[in-house]
Design a protein around this ligand. Structure first.
Ligand code: ZN
Length: 258
C-alpha cells in the first residue's frame, strides 16, 4: 500500500462522521467534500463513521439517507459500513458500549455525578460546572439516573491543523462541565468521539466550526484519561454553510451533552 503512505511513511486516516438524527443537508455535503478532497490529496484513508449513540431522534430513513447521499455526491470511503444493514450488524456505536465503559475507567478520578435536569441547565446561564454545584456535593452515581461530568479547567487549547496551520480555542470559566456519561445510561458524544478516533487510528479530522469548542473539550478529556496519542490528532475546522434562510447548518450532536 505504498500509495497510502505519506513521504514520512506514516499512514494518514480521516473520517466523515454524520449523525442519523435528520436527513443530511448542504452543510454535511460541504464537510464530506472537504474530508474527501483532503483524503485524496494526501493519499489518506477515509473512514465512514456514523454517530448513532444518541438514538432519541434516530430513524432508519436517516440512516439510509447517509448512504444514498454519499453515493449521489460521489464520496467514496475505504473503511466503515457498506450499507445500512452492515452498519447495524457490525458498526453501530451501540455494539461498543462495553468498550466506552471500560475506557471510562481511565477517567474515574475526575468524574462526578450530576443530578441537574435539562430544565436546570436551560434556566442557568453562566454557570461553572453545573447549576446545582453537584461536584461539591460528591453525590453517588446512580446508573441510568445521574449523569457523569468532568470538571475542565479554564484556558487556551491549541492544536495543529491537517494543513499544517494552528488553531486554538479559549475555554471560559463560566460554562457547564461536559457530560461523559448521560442520565440515560449511555456514553455522551464527546466520550464516544474520543474513543472511536483512537480505536480507529484517525490522524486527521476536518469538522465544522460549530465543533471548535468540542475539539478543545475532547483534547482536555483525553489528556485527563492519559490517552496521549489523542494529542497527535490534527483537527481543522471549516466555516459552516448557511441554508436559504441564512441559518448556519451544523452537525447538531450536542443536545445530550448540555
Ligand atoms: Zn449538577
Amino acid at each position: 500500500m505504498a500509495n497510502c503512505r505519506t513521504k514520512f511513511g506514516t499512514l494518514k486516516k480521516t473520517r466523515f462522521a454524520p449523525t442519523p438524527s435528520g436527513f443530511l443537508h448542504r452543510g454535511n455535503q460541504f464537510n464530506a467534500r472537504c474530508v474527501s478532497d483532503w483524503a485524496k490529496s494526501e493519499d489518506a484513508i477515509l473512514r465512514l463513521r456514523i454517530d448513532d449513540i444518541d438514538r432519541s431522534r434516530f430513524r432508519h430513513a436517516y440512516l439510509e439517507d447517509v448512504f444514498s447521499r454519499l453515493k449521489e455526491w460521489g464520496i467514496q470511503w475505504q473503511e466503515g459500513p457498506l450499507d445500512p444493514a452492515d452498519f447495524l450488524k457490525h458498526h453501530s456505536q451501540h455494539l461498543r458500549l462495553q468498550r466506552y465503559s471500560e475506557a471510562l475507567s481511565e477517567l474515574q478520578e475526575f468524574v462526578y455525578a450530576c443530578t441537574c435536569s435539562r430544565k436546570d441547565l436551560q434556566k442557568a446561564q453562566n454557570v461553572e460546572g453545573c447549576p446545582n454545584k453537584c461536584k461539591e456535593k460528591a453525590l453517588d452515581w446512580i446508573p441510568n439516573q445521574t449523569a457523569l461530568r468532568v470538571h475542565l479547567i479554564q484556558g487556551t487549547e491549541t492544536w495543529q491543523r491537517p494543513d499544517g496551520g494552528w488553531e486554538s480555542v479559549e475555554r471560559p470559566a463560566l460554562v457547564p462541565d461536559p457530560v461523559v456519561w448521560t442520565r440515560e445510561g449511555l456514553p455522551a458524544y464527546h466520550w464516544v468521539s474520543i474513543v472511536d478516533d483512537l480505536d480507529m487510528g484517525i490522524t486527521d479530522v476536518w469538522r465544522g466550526a460549530d465543533l471548535l469548542e468540542s475539539t478543545g473539550i475532547q483534547r482536555q478529556l483525553a489528556r485527563l484519561a492519559g490517552f496521549q496519542s489523542f494529542d497527535q490528532i490534527r483537527f481543522g475546522h471549516h466555516e459552516l454553510i448557511a441554508d436559504e434562510f441564512g441559518n448556519k447548518l451544523s452537525k447538531s450532536v450536542l443536545s445530550q451533552n448540555q
